[in-house]
Structure formats: C-alpha cells, structure tokens
Design a protein around this ligand. Structure first.
Ligand code: S3P
Length: 445
C-alpha cells in the first residue's frame, strides 16, 4: 500500500522553461478494465502499456485471487488467462483495493454476478468513501451484503447472485463506476441490462466490452445523457488491448508547461476520448496553446500527440454539464486558474466531495495556503486569478495523489516554493511523476 509510516515531504520551486517529449503512463480507467475483462473472458488477453501504479496492481491481484492467471510478461506488458463470465472462484483472503475506488467498485460489479462471497477492503481513504451507490443496483440484481460498516462503507462482504437478474437502472449521479458495476454484473444475467445516465460518463467499459465480443449498444438520452443496452451471458473472448497514455495524468505536466514561461512540451499517445477531454476544452477556452497531431485510434479509443506551449491564460466559467468529462481534473484546473488573469468559476462539483478526499475543500485549502483567493459556494469553486501565485504554503495531501501532483505543479511557477506533506500516494496513479517532471526541468527537492 502507498501509505507509509514516515511521510516523505517534497518542495517544488519555480523553474526554467519545461521542455522535452514524454509519454505519461497508461490510462488508469482502461488498465483496470483490461484486467477485469481479460479475467472474465475465455482465452488469453494481452495488454500493452498497462499502468503499473498501485491502484491497478491491486486490481491485478484481485483478479488472481478470483481465479484468473495474470502475468507480467515485460515492462507494461501483461497477459491474462480468464475464467469466463460468471466463472470467478471464491477468494481465500479479503480483496484489498488500497486507495482505488474504481478497482473496488468495478470488481464488486463483476463479483455480484458470480455465486461466491468476497470481502472487499481498502485503505483509510477508500474506507471513508460511499459504496451504497454501487450496492443498491447490485442488490436489485440479486447480490447481497453482510458484515458491512455503518453508512455502507468498507470493509464489507459481497455475496454474488446465484441467478442474477437483468436490470434497467437510472444512475442517480453521473458515474462511470456505477454504470460499469451494473454492466459487469449484467454480463452474468440472462436478458438485457440497461443503464440510463442523465449525463454521459466515460464509456471505456462499453467500448471494451464490444472489443471483447459482447453485444452492447449506446444511444443518446435527453440532451447530455446515454442509454446503454447489454445482452447478458455473452461469451467474452480474450483480446489484445493497447492502453493509451492517461489524459488525467498528462493533465499535470500539461498545466505545468502552460504556466512556466517559455515551456514547450510534447506528449505522445494521449487518449482523446471526448468523454475525457473536458480539461483540454476548458484550457483552450482559457487561451492555452495545445496542438493535436498524429491522431489515431485503437479499439474505439482515440489518441493523439499533444504539443503544449506556455500561454497567457484568462479566467472562464466551466459549465456543470462538463464535469463528468473532467471530473478528476478540477484540482489541476484550479492551479491553472490561479495563474490566469481573471476569475474562473467551476460549477456543479458535488461529486468532488466523495473522491479520494473531499477534493472541493482540499483544492480550496491548497490554493488558500499559497495566497490565492478562492471560494467554495455550494458546489461551485471560484478562483481569482492574478497571473501569479505567491506560494510559500505547506499543502496537506489527504492520501490523495491528485492533490499532491497539483500542488507540485503549482510550485513550478509560484513566487515562493510550494511544499507537500507526503509524496507516497502519487504512486497510486503516476509512479514516475517526480522523475518525469524533473526530466522536463522541474525543480523538486
Ligand atoms: C473512473 C470514474 C470516475 C473517476 C475515476 C475513474 C472510472 O469516477 O473519478 O478516477 O475509471 O470509471 P465516477 O465516474 O464514478 O465519478
């Protein structure tokens, strides 16, 4: 687990122009799904470019514990020999997902469709996060829970359904984790499982299920939503998955390149699925120079090379309906907003309160201790940008990788250094963040 007994603080100081060409690690969402769908398939799945961060490694361990053969064949290359839909074996020990909500919630969906019982657990951050939103639909499909902590929290025991029933489910919040859990459980149910979402969330599960041979379709629902329909009991066949670079990880060095004067950085193979690129849209509206080239695609997932040059940014208003396409990026957007001229208003951020930390409050605190004027108003975040950030603050990372990386990015261009209390959780999603940033010219020590 990332949590260490002795925290490792780190300081980030203003640096010269960032320059170079990098490939950030594989996409976290796609990496989790490739392992899970590989384990639910018949035959071999070969994955290249897998994110070898702690969150994904915990999913790999859980797939092994549930009976799949999961092997690392070379750096970032993994092979999974699956057990087939509904074929998970009873795990001998609790499944520990560490810091990862995605791993935990998606595997809950997959286990819910198998006649086994599994104990789900995680670190203190994951133990504080709501699980009822996942368990409610899974119980409607026939799963049940026992030994669950108050408020529907981990640890808990999930008893999968012997005869799962297909479900039509309207998700209460735009959440790819809820949608994916229902679809993964629906794989074992005879008949059609439908998920309706008011706001479309990332569709990697749908795209990958199709790639593995499931019959699944998606149509528009209302102005921003989707209706996804899955035919149950498919025979999923092992497939090859190429994991593109994670736009949510690229977000950190991208914002660093925008705010450090004179920077010019190229990012290769960045996934550009439109349900993930709300940050790039917003940064461009703020005046960012982000040029796309070498546009390609694999298994329905588009990717491109991005060239990012330092830019004068201006404040903007970010509409609430954009939130699902950039839900993990508000922290680093708030950093960009602090360096912009003018006010940036980010609306509809209620989901940020139930991430690895309460990211709404944590983002506001991160900016405040570094001299930025910021306000949380209901579910909105309002940042006053003055073209520079005083810095000089110590940021509490709250077991949250994205707070740690956002604060270090802020320090790259602030008047005084920015310090974080612990780097440990960066390893959950971007293990090479510190050396990669140093290779571009960041001054971390
Ligand atoms: C993820 C979905 C998002 C996101 C998380 C990864 C996924 O959560 O915050 O980091 O891979 O499905 P929600 O869609 O549940 O908000």
């Amino acid at each position: 687990m990332a949590q260490s007994d002795t925290p490792t603080p780190l300081e980030s100081r203003a640096c010269g122009p960032l320059a170079g060409k990098v490939r950030v690690p594989g996409d976290k969402s796609i990496s989790h799904r490739a392992l899970i769908l590989g384990a639910l398939s018949v035959g071999e799945t070969r994955i290249s470019g897998l994110l070898e961060g702690e969150d994904v490694l915990n999913t790999a361990k859980s797939m092994r514990a549930l009976g799949a053969k999961v092997e690392r064949t070379a750096p970032f290359a993994w092979s999974v020999a699956g057990v087939g839909v509904g074929g998970f074996a009873q795990p001998a020990a609790p499944l520990d997902f560490g810091n990862s909500g995605t791993g935990c919630r998606l595997v809950m969906g997959a286990v819910a469709g198998c006649p086994i019982a599994a104990i789900f657990d995680g670190d203190a951050s994951l133990r504080s996060r709501p699980m009822r939103r996942i368990l409610d639909p899974l119980e409607l499909m026939g799963a049940r829970t026992s030994d669950i902590m108050e408020g529907g929290r981990l640890p808990l025991t999930l008893h999968g359904a012997r005869y799962p029933v297909p479900l039509t489910y309207k998700t209460p919040v735009a959440s790819a984790q809820i949608k994916s859990a229902v679809l993964l459980a629906g794989l074992s149910a005879p008949g059609i499982t439908t998920v309706i979402e008011q706001e479309a969330s990332r569709d990697h599960t749908e795209l990958m299920l199709k790639h593995f041979g499931a019959e699944i379709s998606s149509e528009k629902e209302g102005s921003h939503g989707r209706r996804i329909t899955l035919n149950g009991e498919p025979e999923l066949r092992g497939a090859n998955v190429v994991v593109p670079a994670d736009p949510s990880s690229a977000a950190f060095p991208i914002v660093a390149a925008l705010i450090v004067e004179g920077s010019d950085v190229v990012f290769s193979d960045v996934m550009t699925n439109p349900l993930r690129t709300g940050l790039f849209t917003t940064l461009r509206e703020m005046g960012a120079s982000i040029e796309e080239s070498d546009v390609r695609g694999d298994a329905g997932e588009p990717m491109a090379q991005l060239r990012v040059r330092a830019s004068k940014l201006k404040g903007v208003e970010v509409p609430p309906e954009r939130a699902p396409s950039m839900i993990d990026e508000y922290l680093v957007l708030a950093v960009a907003a602090a360096f912009a001229e003018g006010t940036t208003i980010m609306r509809g951020l209620q989901e940020l309160r139930v991430k690895e930390s309460d990211r709404l409050e944590a983002t506001a605190d991160m900016l405040r201790v570094n001299g930025v004027k910021v306000e949380v108003s209901g579910d909105d975040l309002i940042v006053e940008g003055h073209g520079h950030v005083p810095g000089g603050g110590l940021v509490a990372t709250h077991m949250d990788h994205r707070i740690a990386m956002s604060a270090l990015v802020m320090g790259c261009a602030s008047d005084r250094p920015v310090k974080i209390d612990d780097t440990a959780f960066i390893a959950t999603s971007f293990p090479d963040f510190i050396p990669m940033m140093r290779s571009l010219g960041a001054d971390f020590s």
